[in-house]
Design a protein around this ligand. Structure first.
Ligand SMILES: [Zn+2]
Length: 185
């Protein structure tokens, strides 16, 4: 299978898979990727007089694929700025599909938020499917819904309500907790 077909099937925009294998326990797919278009310019001075300083491996969670959990190993390029007037010594690649200091791909974070929110699945079930801990999955859900303007985790809870909602008409019901923050007395 050629590289372009593999990239399309994996579908992480801007990245090219360079290796894929099952992990030792056989339950997870481990996909090593690199950016399709390397960034060579220094982020501080914009100069192109930079040189390679090897790679750094970043481990990320990604959306499940074919019923298996997926771990992405991003082989990040590290470079050094060779402009003597620039204060930046070294830098590593960044990409909008992986936020800074994030441990999941952006599409994985959206998947978790959608499954817990719109699909009304439990945090525990989604965390297990993706391969995250409960706390990490819950933090992703809260951060993504706050970023989308759907909740404000900093506003205190004044009232807490309980209700039931039909997730699948007449066949499946879920319990809903309603967090109500009062806006005025
Ligand atoms: Zn520079």
């Amino acid at each position: 299978m050629d590289d372009e077909v593999t990239s399309v099937l994996f579908g992480l925009r801007g990245f090219t898979p360079v290796h894929a294998a099952e992990d030792a326990e056989g339950g997870e797919l481990v996909v090593t990727v690199e950016t399709a278009t390397p960034v060579l310019a220094c982020p501080d001075c914009g100069g192109l007089r930079t040189s390679s300083r090897g790679r750094r491996r970043v481990r990320l969670r990604d959306i499940p694929h074919g019923g298996r959990r997926v771990r992405v190993m991003w082989s990040k390029r590290q470079r050094r700025c060779d402009d003597g007037d620039c204060e930046r010594k070294t830098f590593v690649e960044q990409h909008d599909q992986v936020g800074r200091r994030r441990r999941q791909t952006a599409r994985c974070r959206k998947f978790v938020a959608r499954q817990v929110g719109a699909e009304s699945r439990s945090v525990a079930a989604v965390a297990a499917e993706v391969g995250m801990g409960w706390c990490a999955a819950n933090s992703v859900y809260v951060a993504e819904t706050a970023a989308a303007g759907m909740c404000d985790p900093d506003r205190p809870v004044t009232w807490l309500g309980v209700d039931e909602t039909a997730a699948r008409r007449g066949r499946r019901y879920v319990t809903t907790w309603l967090k109500i923050a009062r806006t005025s007395d």
